[in-house]
Every structure is written in C-alpha cells, then in structure tokens.
Design a protein around this ligand. Structure first.
Ligand code: TEU
Ligand code: CA
Length: 545
C-alpha cells in the first residue's frame, strides 16, 4: 500500500484566523501563501483548508452559497490557484473541505427550491408537511439547538436542517443532487488539489422520517458511487468526518477494497470529558485510563491491511488540547510535547491544527457578547431559558466552546500577534507575547522543534507508518506505553499523561533515544517519569526478558 498519505502529516488551516494580508482583520488566501515557508519548515505534506468558498458566513464558511467561487473576504479564484501552485512547489498538497451534507440557504439551489413545490430544485432538499395542527413533522433536534425543521411560509412546508436554519440539508436520495456534487468535486480535482475532507459525511444517508441521522442505510453506497465518479482514479487523500464511527464502522469507510475513503476522523476520545449520553457542554473530568483504553482500542481494532486511522487532538471545533487534557500553566510545553510524541508515534495519519505546534491555549471570555460561534451562542440562549445560570454556561463555553480554537494564529510578539494590521474578527489570546511562532521557531527545545522532529522521523522511519502496535499493560494507569515493531526492529514509546510523577518498571534495554521531552530518560527498571514526560527509544535486540 504505497499511497502518499499513509506517511504524510496534514496541517489544518482555519483561514479566517491564520494570516490577514490586507488589514481587514480576516485571514485570507494571500496570507496563507505568505506563510507557506513556515509550513515547509515544519515539514508537513498537506494542508486541510477549512472552507473558503462563497458564503454568508453564518457558520464561518460551513454554509456554502457557491462551491465553485471563492468568498471575496478570502480572495479570488486566482489567489486559490496561486495557493495550489505555490504549495505544490513546496511539496505540499491542498485538501479542500467538502461540505455537502447541507448548503447555505443562499445557495442558488435552495433559492430555487423554496420558490414552489414543483420547482426543478425542490427535491434537492428535504421538505415535509407539518402535522394537521401545524406543528413540526417530528421532534428531531438540531446540533445547533432547536428543531431540525424550519417552516417556509412561501410553500407552507418545513425543510430539514441538522445544523442552523441557514444550513438546509441536501437530499442525497435524489440522484441529481449526487451528480451535481460529483461534478463540482471534479471541478476541484481538475485544479490539482490533493484531496477532500468530507464534512459530517456520516449524515448524508439520513432518513428523518425514521429518525435516522447518522450511518443511514445508503451511506456507503453513496460513497462508493462518489469514489467511482470522482477521486477514484486520482492520487487523492480523502478523510471523512464521522462523529459516530466505531472501529468496525471506520473499517467500512477505509477498507481499500470497498473503494470509499482513505480514512475517517472519529471522536471517541474527544467525548470522554462529557457526561455519557449528554451534550458536550455537560462536563466531566477526564479519566486517564479511559483515554488510554480508547486510543489503544482504535490502534488494535482497525485492521491495517484493510483500513486506516487518522490521529488528532485538535481541530476548529475542539478546545485546545493543552488546556483540555494537559497543563496550560507550568507544564504547557512539556504536556504539549507529550501529546505530540504520543500521537505522532501511533499508527495512522496525524493532523496538526494551526497553533497546536506552538502550544496555543484556550482563550476564556467573561460574557456572551465576546462569543462569535453560532453553536455556543445558541446553546447559551437555549439553556438560559431552561434555567441554567450565566456563570455555569460561560464556564462550559470556556471549557468546550469552538472559539477556543479559532482565536487568531499567534505569529510574533507584536500588536494583534502579527495576525493583522487591523482589528481582528475575533480577539487575540493575550498570551501571544510569550506564545508565538517566532519565539518557538527560534528555540531548539520548543514544541515546534518537537513537531518538526516527529515529522522528520515519520518520513525517515517506515516503522512509524507500517509497524505493528503492541500495548504494554504493566504500567500505572496514568502512563501509556507501547511498542512499535517492524522488520525485527522494536521501538518503545512511553508517556506520562499526568502532572504527577509516575513509577516505571520495564525490563527492556534501550539502544538509542529517538525523542524525549526531558533531557534525561529515567531508568526503565526502577525509574520515575516526571510530570508529562514522554520519550521514544529503540529497544536493544534480544534484551527483553
Ligand atoms: O462539524 C460537525 C459537527 O457535528 C459539529 O457541529 C460538532 O458536533 C460540534 O462542532 C462539536 O463542537 C462540522 C464542522 O467541522 C463544523 O465546523 C460545522 O459547524 C458543522 O460540521 C456544520 O457544517
Ligand atoms: Ca484579509
């Protein structure tokens, strides 16, 4: 299996917050181009670009009004072509965000569809009559609060929106919708892009009349059809966003014999700090054993001959990992390095979200007026009406809100962190004076240096991509340790997930340290791992037992 993406590292850019080039306070394509050398220095192989298409911006671009046009706030199609070309010169591929579960209500298809019941585009969306008393067709709830059904007075019917009312769901059961999407995908493939990240792709097979939202009965059929009609013949990487995947489901998507996707994002570990069966806002402390068990389960249960994992801690929807599961104070760098070493030495394709490589942290707010994200704002008002207190809601937003990941990239110790010469669309985290790319790049012991080393290691050592994963069970609950084994070579990876010292007692002998976030690696037999310590080492042959 020689596909390029198996030993690639992908960097996610949230364009709005990456680099502004014209002082309007909004990141743009020219800004990204100006930072490509930084990404080349980091060593990444691909950029997953969050949406830059024409959009009214209700959900920061995840509400698309025209899939084949660039939104003027991000630049022009010529800028987009330049980005693809400039990236290619640096051996970096551009992965486009494909948001086809829904469009914007400003998309021409929807504008047509809502005109009349017999409009040719009517069936591009999902319309239902209300009950005799006028009430909604059923009680399904939107991810962004409230009913999934929005009444449209013009034709007297409801349309389905799993997200905001400005994001009507496409009707994938309609072959014309599917063909229109494939045509659009081929438009982008012809431009020389490197692949697609498929937004909430597990929802396209929804059957609202049966209450089915994810993993609908025709989902995989649609993906196989898409594969054949679009990226199947090209050398592209595809990654589906699938909140509801189990390892068995992930296998269905990523088994090359089934001709669907390269891999999926699954979020099991990302749901460990919420109360089971409740919303992400219903907080619960992380249990290290659970985190370890989930990571291990995915490594062991996906059959690598016939499937592939993605690996990530962060994205534009998630709080920053250092603030979330690590320590944003005293051990900010060490905990960030521990998460990096742990993740990048597992099997699968790793993703880095902008700012993760310099250890950016959450950015708390004190009132709802400081919040931009539609999900947080809607939840706040919904729960306020249910009797929750403002203080507990702001707390939940500070722990889990999506703006945490979306504050502007911190480039240097300069006004607005060097992100813009104007007023940024979202506040800059004031810790930019110490946490910024310029400082990180200059420091050989920085988190940036760790990411750089890990990426280089992956590119040089096939054991990281190909080696088997063997968990080590005889370690304290806050320690995760495993071997990677390949062609007679054996690596040991050890990570202290906690902020307290942990004993270690392993019988291996170390030949060579590959990477470590402390200057000394403890004695394996009777040693002690300092807070958040992590290292990888080559195990001396035959020295075990
Ligand atoms: O996210 C999918 C999704 O379900 C999110 O709403 C998720 O539940 C939530 O953000 C967790 O905090 C994708 C995109 O990544 C997200 O940015 C979009 O808002 C959403 O789809 C709609 O397109
Ligand atoms: Ca701009």
């Amino acid at each position: 299996m020689a596909e390029w993406w198996r030993n690639a590292v992908v960097y996610q850019i949230y364009p709005r917050s990456f680099q502004d080039s014209n002082g309007d306070g909004i990141g743009d394509l020219r800004g990204i181009i100006s930072r490509l050398d930084y990404l080349a220095q980091l060593g990444v192989n691909a950029i997953w670009l969050s949406p830059v298409y024409k959009s009214p911006g209700m959900d920061n671009g995840y509400d698309i009004a025209d899939y084949e046009a660039i939104d003027p706030q991000y630049g022009t199609m010529a800028d987009m072509d330049a980005l693809i070309a400039e990236a290619k010169q640096r051996h970096i591929r551009i992965i486009m965000d494909l948001v086809v579960n829904h469009t914007s209500d400003q998309h021409r298809w929807f504008q047509e569809a809502r005109k009349s019941k017999d409009n040719p585009y009517r069936d591009y969306y999902i319309w239902r009559d209300g009950h005799a008393d006028g009430s909604v067709p059923n009680d399904m709830q939107s991810t962004f609060s409230g009913s999934v059904w929005q009444f449209d007075a013009q034709t007297g019917q409801y349309y389905l929106h799993l997200f905001s009312p400005q994001q009507p769901d496409l009707n994938w059961a309609n072959p014309a919708v599917r063909q229109a999407v494939y045509k659009m995908m081929n438009f982008w493939i012809a431009k020389g892009i490197g692949g697609f990240r498929l937004d909430v792709i597990d929802l396209i097979g929804k059957e609202p009349d049966r209450g089915i939202r994810e993993n609908g009965p025709h989902l995989h059929e649609y993906l196989q059809e898409m594969h054949a009609a679009t990226f199947g013949k090209a050398d592209l990487m595809t990654v589906g966003e699938t909140w509801g995947a189990t390892p068995q489901i992930a296998q269905l998507y990523s088994d090359p014999r089934r001709k669907e996707l390269s891999m999926v994002f699954q979020f099991e570990a990302m749901q460990l700090d919420q109360q089971p069966g409740k919303a992400k806002w219903d907080l619960r402390p992380l249990d290290f054993t659970e985190l370890k068990d989930v990571l291990t389960k995915w490594q062991l249960q996906l059959d690598y001959k016939h499937g592939w994992n993605s690996l990530f801690w962060n994205n534009h929807d998630l709080p920053r990992i250092i603030s979330r599961f690590g320590d944003e104070g005293q051990y900010r760098v060490q905990s960030g390095q521990m998460f990096a070493i742990l993740l990048h030495l597992m099997r699968g394709t790793p993703y880095i979200f902008q700012g993760e490589e310099i250890g950016m942290t959450n950015c708390p707010v004190s009132a709802i007026t400081e919040v931009n994200d539609i999900e947080s704002i809607n939840m706040y008002h919904e729960r306020l009406a249910l009797g929750y207190s403002k203080a507990e809601l702001i707390k939940a937003i500070n722990v889990k809100g999506r703006d945490n990941a979306r504050t502007p990239m911190q480039w240097q110790n300069a006004p607005e962190a060097g992100f813009t010469t104007g007023k940024p669309w979202l506040h800059v985290n004031q810790n930019y004076r110490t946490i910024n790319a310029e400082a990180a790049v200059a420091d050989p012991h920085s988190l940036f240096a760790t990411y750089q080393a890990l990426i280089k290691l992956r590119h040089q050592q096939p054991i990281i991509t190909e080696g088997s994963f063997v968990p080590i069970r005889e370690v304290p609950s806050a320690v995760m340790a495993f071997y990677r084994i390949y062609n007679g070579l054996k690596w040991l990876v050890v990570a202290n997930l906690s902020g307290v010292k942990q004993p270690i007692n392993l019988s291996d002998k170390i030949d060579q340290i590959l990477i470590s976030n402390y200057s000394h690696v403890p004695d394996l037999r009777h040693g002690e791992l300092p807070p958040y310590a992590a290292f990888a080492a080559v195990v001396a042959p035959g020295a075990n037992q």
